[in-house]
Design a protein around this ligand. Structure first.
Ligand SMILES: *Cc1c(COP(=O)(O)O)cnc(C)c1O
Length: 676
């Protein structure tokens, strides 16, 4: 048995030390080796009292690493005594004591919101130490309010509250308040009452023995010793994962994530991993970003969801205004849905119906590019160009035109940029010229074709495509589901070439990686084509149940707010430059064929033979092997076939980025060159 329990209070002087002593004594009586840890103490002698009375042989400066002379909050006392808050020392002493004792009782200072330094409170220390917590409250008038405030805050902060112990800190028989407190607290509180401690005339073993039955020591230990679920086994029993060969999944070791913080994810194996692909291209400002968490909580306290069919809601309205404001000019209407595929379905149906509504009824066909990916629903797959994903479903799909995409590394014309003058787009031009009477729209991923391996187009291609669409009266759907919201170094990839789409699809990072949300933006012209007398049935008959979800829109608004306040895009510049510079070194690796980057989107294409550009066979799983190696180093990546993808949260720090690049380089080298 190895455990630690944190003892906090509703206030200072409520009896944390008495409770710690009583608990330690009771535990010792049943043969458990108990240690005491008092990370911070301001004046007084709690730590030495506990050390002496419990006969602990740990040195006092380990039991209590930070001692301050002044009876003030630790942050204030530290400042006054010209000291800094040494968290490393606290963590070190904690580990040492925890290793030594079966049960370690950690006594806080004051209550949960006592500052240890700026913006770091007792509650943060509890979370960092990840300890189940007992709240000590004074028995008497005023305790209901203080107890409930503390329990609520603890729970909202994510602290595992074991329960409350009420302590009678004045002698004499109990007054009315002291009598009624326990009942009221039991009723109002969703937390167990672990005990009521009568006033102890003397704090010694004899007195403690007399009140033994008042403390539910078994519950304290039992709750604490709750068996760890075998999440991995249960996952394998119940879950079918996306884009996953479940046979392999079930045979191999898997990670189950239980927590996130900043750019890291914590798995149930206790290890932290760098989130190198932003939880599949969605996370922006890191995990558990306070402003985003708070935006959801604020909205939660108003309403989580109401329908957009026949009603509207405030966050959806505010977000639509904001999206129109930041999107490429001339997009003025927002149609919500909840994922990238639906955003694309909506774009396709709007384009189709647009031409029908305005009477140009022959324009029914769609054009997409090779290597395109627009989602997994049937309509989105119809305009997809990745055979590996899309071939099986071919008989289910509607017929489309496809044209080559600019993929310079494997140029089908065997030309090179810029002397090619984008000759690969000639086929698209011919197609539009020949069939434009039949074509409703062209759908593209602007500049970066992400899912097919972060294929980055040469300069000018996007702008050329826009021109062709205008010339041949073909609507241009730009799918920025992956590229939108800063990934490429600009808010939208379209901005790199000042392109204005007729329809814009956004999802993924729109909600900073917090909740499912998507939007399809259109021009006023398209929108107007759907305005007509009711009887004409020009209505856009489409909608998803969770369209415009208030929680998702609220967090999206907070996301965009952070982009402004933290100058997210501007701050990307040095990181993009660093990435670019360090990626150059990958060129020397024997099996790195191509390195593609735009902003924080990176694809490193591995090849069997660098000179012939021979791809690795699918079954060699080369990308998977490299990523598995990186996992051992504490980094989570997900490859796209033979392409290693780096797509860290925009909030990644310089140091984290260097860690990611260095380890990726080494993993590629080890796996491809020595096969280790
Ligand atoms: C991810 C993606 C989609 C699909 O989005 P989902 O939310 O997974 O349905 C569509 N288009 C592009 C470009 C994407 O990267």
């Amino acid at each position: 048995m190895k455990k630690a329990i944190f003892i906090t209070g509703t206030d200072t002087g409520v009896g944390k030390t008495v409770v710690s002593f009583v608990l330690a004594t009771l535990l010792k009586q049943i043969g458990i080796d108990v240690g005491i840890f008092k990370p911070v103490q301001c004046a007084g002698n709690d730590a030495s009292f506990l050390k002496n009375r419990l006969n602990l042989d740990d040195p006092l400066n380990i039991i209590n690493p930070i001692y301050l002379k002044h009876a003030l909050s630790p942050a204030t006392a530290l400042r006054l005594e010209k000291k800094v808050f040494d968290k490393r020392k606290i963590l070190k002493c904690f580990k040492e004591l925890q290793k030594k004792h079966d049960v370690l009782i950690v006594e806080g200072a004051g209550g949960l919101l006592v500052p240890l330094k700026d913006n770091y409170f007792i509650k943060d220390l509890i979370l960092e130490l990840n300890l189940p917590t007992i709240i000590v409250a004074r028995l008497g008038l005023g305790t209901i309010n203080h107890t409930l405030l503390t329990v609520n805050l603890a729970k909202e902060s994510g602290i595992n509250v074991l329960g409350v112990i009420l302590n009678q800190d004045t002698p004499g028989i109990r007054n009315l308040a002291q009598h009624s407190n326990p009942g009221v607290i039991k009723k109002l509180n969703c937390t167990p009452l672990l005990g009521i401690l009568p006033h102890l005339a003397k704090i010694d073993t004899a007195h403690i023995n007399r009140i033994k039955q008042n403390i539910d020591i078994e519950k304290i230990l039992k709750d604490e010793a709750a068996p760890k679920n075998n999440w991995q086994e249960k996952d394998k029993r119940y879950i079918w994962h996306p884009f996953t060969q479940m046979k392999d999944w079930n045979e191999e070791e898997q990670l189950v994530i239980e927590e996130g913080k900043g750019n890291f994810l914590k798995a149930t194996n206790g290890r932290w991993y760098l989130d190198g692909v932003s939880s599949l291209w969605v996370n922006v400002h890191g995990h558990r970003k306070p402003q985003l968490d708070e935006a959801i909580i604020r909205q939660l306290k108003k309403i989580s969801h109401s329908t957009m069919l026949g009603l509207s809601n405030i966050p959806a309205i505010e977000l639509a205004e904001k999206l129109v404001d930041i999107a490429p000019q001339n997009l003025s209407k927002v149609f919500y849905s909840d994922n990238g595929s639906t955003a694309v379905e909506i774009a396709i149906k709007i384009c189709y119906q647009y031409w029908q509504n305005i009477g140009t009824i022959n324009k029914k066909k769609f054009v997409h590019l090779d290597n395109s990916y627009h989602g997994d629903s049937i309509g989105a797959v119809s305009v997809g160009g990745i055979d590996l994903f899309h071939k099986v479903y071919h008989p289910l799909l509607f017929k489309t035109f496809s044209a080559p995409s600019p993929y310079c590394y494997r140029c089908s014309l065997e030309k090179s940029y810029p002397s090619c003058k984008l000759a690969c787009l000639k086929k698209l031009e011919d197609l539009l010229e020949k069939h434009n009477k039949k074509i409703a729209a062209l759908i593209i991923e602007p500049i970066v074709q992400a899912a097919s391996g972060i294929i980055v187009w040469p300069k000018g291609a996007l702008a050329r495509i826009r021109k062709l669409c205008s010339r041949y009266d073909c609507l241009l759907i730009v799918d920025e589901v992956a590229t939108g919201f800063g990934r490429t170094g600009k808010m939208f990839a379209c901005e790199h070439e000042d392109v204005r789409p007729d329809i814009l699809c956004v999802a993924k990072s729109i909600s900073a990686g917090y909740l499912p949300l998507a939007a399809t933006l259109t021009t006023e012209k398209i929108y107007n084509a759907f305005l007509a007398p009711y009887a004409q049935m020009k209505t856009f008959f489409h909608g998803h149940t969770y369209t415009g979800n208030a929680l998702a829109c609220a967090v999206s608004l907070a996301n965009l707010d952070l982009f402004e306040k933290e100058k997210t895009i501007e701050n990307l510049k040095p990181k993009i430059a660093l990435l670019k510079k360090q990626l150059q070194t990958f060129k020397i690796l024997k099996h790195v064929g191509d390195i593609r980057q735009l902003g924080l989107m990176v694809g490193v294409e591995l090849v069997k033979d660098k000179f012939k550009k021979t791809p690795y066979a699918w079954e060699e799983k080369i990308g998977i092997k490299v990523c598995n190696r990186l996992r051992e180093k504490g980094i989570i990546l997900r490859p796209l076939g033979n392409v290693i993808v780096l797509m860290p949260p925009l909030a990644i720090s310089r140091g984290e980025l260097e860690f990611l690049i260095k380890n990726t380089f080494e993993a590629i080298k080890q796996i491809t060159e020595s096969g280790l």
